[in-house]
Write a protein that binds this ligand. Structure first.
Ligand code: FES
Length: 159
């Protein structure tokens, strides 16, 4: 709007003809659009957000909140981490929850025991490595160990 007023004043005082006026607006609009695009592209290249560190989480799978981790393909989110039960017996995996492209939460897929982001389709291996972009930075992988108790399975997630 300010640009328009400025150009309007310029047109009145300098007597720009219509072609010059439209040409000036076109260049200004193009420069504005290019600037916005470059800002967006720069933002998209930033890994987001930082994955949790110094993690030490214990999950009791007899707890109703974590029961899905007793079944292959089940997964939960906890403290910025996605924990999933793979299709292999007694194998759980954990990686940072947020896609490194723009921060959408990933989901677990049993087809290849990998993680999928619905935002733009990035896929991450069970270890967090990028399989398909646009993400270029891997998800952080966490160590998962388990123990059996009389009540069921206890997971310990560290990293
Ligand atoms: S946030 Fe863009 S692909 Fe995941």
């Amino acid at each position: 709007m300010c640009l328009f007023i400025y150009l309007h004043e310029q047109a009145n005082t300098v007597k720009l003809d219509r072609k010059e006026f439209l040409s000036l607006i076109g260049v200004s609009t193009g420069a504005f659009a290019l600037g916005r695009c470059l800002q967006g592209c720069k933002a998209a290249a930033q890994p987001y957000p930082n994955p949790p560190s110094n993690v030490n989480i214990t999950l009791d799978l007899s707890n109703a909140a974590y029961k899905s981790l007793n079944t292959a393909g089940g997964y939960i989110y906890t403290d910025g981490i996605i924990v999933a039960k793979t299709t292999s017996p007694n194998v759980w995996i954990a990686v940072s929850q947020y896609c490194t492209h723009l921060g959408t939460s990933v989901v677990f897929q049993t087809t290849n025991n990998d993680f999928y982001c619905s935002e733009k389709g990035s896929v991450f291996a069970y270890s967090g490595g990028v399989v398909t972009g646009p993400a270029t930075v891997p998800l952080k992988q966490y160590s998962v160990t388990y123990s059996q108790t009389i009540n069921g399975t206890i997971l310990n997630i560290t990293g």
